[in-house]
Design a protein around this ligand. Structure first.
Ligand code: 5GP
Length: 176
């Protein structure tokens, strides 16, 4: 793949699979007897959501939500808007937001406020990655895959100028 040689592996395919299996088992236990709606934040969480859902042993439904943040590629401005809304109301539903990465926290803080106003029964966050060094608004994510250092990561859904999402591992750009 074009550019893949510029990446070092940060989280391997094997480690992703193992950790996502653990998260799926945890969610299955926590939500036993319920039917959560999995809200995938496009597009970065697509691959994670697809693999996570296969590890959840419950009757789930899936919805997607498009978000865009004004800012450059590597930093969020905090001005966030919904570019594609959910297809169904979430009133009285148990919502699990599935996100690729919590960086500054600005995107998720906005999203939580927005979705809470729709009166779900409960709402939790499941993020594959968390970069605590960059936090500007602390958001409580119940489920975190991996806590990472402040590096720009690419692959497994995360883009580098819209490309490289289909790299199977999470990589870091060498010398970046
Ligand atoms: P936040 O609002 O938490 O600063 O940023 C959230 C969004 O910024 C993520 O959902 C993701 O799309 C993007 N983002 C933040 N850090 C990275 C990164 O290291 N790599 C990539 N590809 N996107 C990132």
């Amino acid at each position: 793949m074009d550019g893949i040689e510029k990446l070092d592996v940060l989280i391997s395919v094997k480690d992703l699979k193992r950790r996502i299996g653990e998260l799926g088992a945890e969610i299955s236990r926590d939500y036993a007897g319920r039917e959560p709606v999995i809200v995938c934040v496009l597009k970065g969480a697509l691959f994670f959501m697809a693999d996570l859902c296969r590890e959840i042993d419950l009757p789930i439904t899936i919805d997607t939500l498009g978000m865009s943040s004004y800012g450059d590629q590597t930093s969020s401005s905090g001005v966030v808007r919904i570019t594609q809304d959910l297809s169904k109301p979430i009133v009285d539903r148990d919502v699990i937001i599935v996100e690729d990465i919590i960086d500054t926290g600005l995107t998720l803080a906005f999203l939580l406020d927005n979705l809470r106003a729709r009166k779900p029964r409960s709402i939790e966050i499941c993020s594959l990655l968390h970069k605590p060094a960059r936090t500007r608004i602390p958001v409580q994510a119940k489920y975190i895959g991996f806590t990472i250092e402040d590096r720009f990561v690419v692959g497994y859904g995360l883009d580098w100028e819209q490309k490289m999402r289909n790299v199977p591992f999470v990589g870091v750009v060498r010398d970046a």
